[in-house]
Unconditional design. Structure first.
Length: 92
């Protein structure tokens, strides 16, 4: 099973709509360690690690988000650095 770590930046109406809490819940359902936080520019940033197919499922969910979110972009790239990720997934 291929594993990797991904860094995501989610754009759109993603703050004040329960995006972080919903992302945390979905990541935990998928069994992924990592974290999510709001950025001052209005985006949401997250890092998650695990099997590639579970990360793909998370990314698909990020494009939808919770009902009140309006996602306009999801930037995904490999993680840099070897910082250990919190397990279970957490909101920062």
């Amino acid at each position: 099973m291929n594993r990797e770590c991904r860094h995501y930046l989610v754009s759109g109406r993603v703050q004040g709509v329960w995006f972080r809490a919903s992302t945390c819940e979905r990541a935990r359902e998928l069994g992924l360690p990592g974290w999510v936080r709001n950025l001052p520019d209005g985006r949401v940033e997250l890092v998650a690690a695990g099997p590639v197919e579970r990360l793909k499922a998370l990314e698909e969910w990020l494009w939808q988000g919770p009902p009140m979110a309006r996602v306009t972009g999801v930037d995904s790239r490999p993680c840099t650095g070897e910082e250990p990720l919190p397990d279970p997934f957490e909101v920062r």
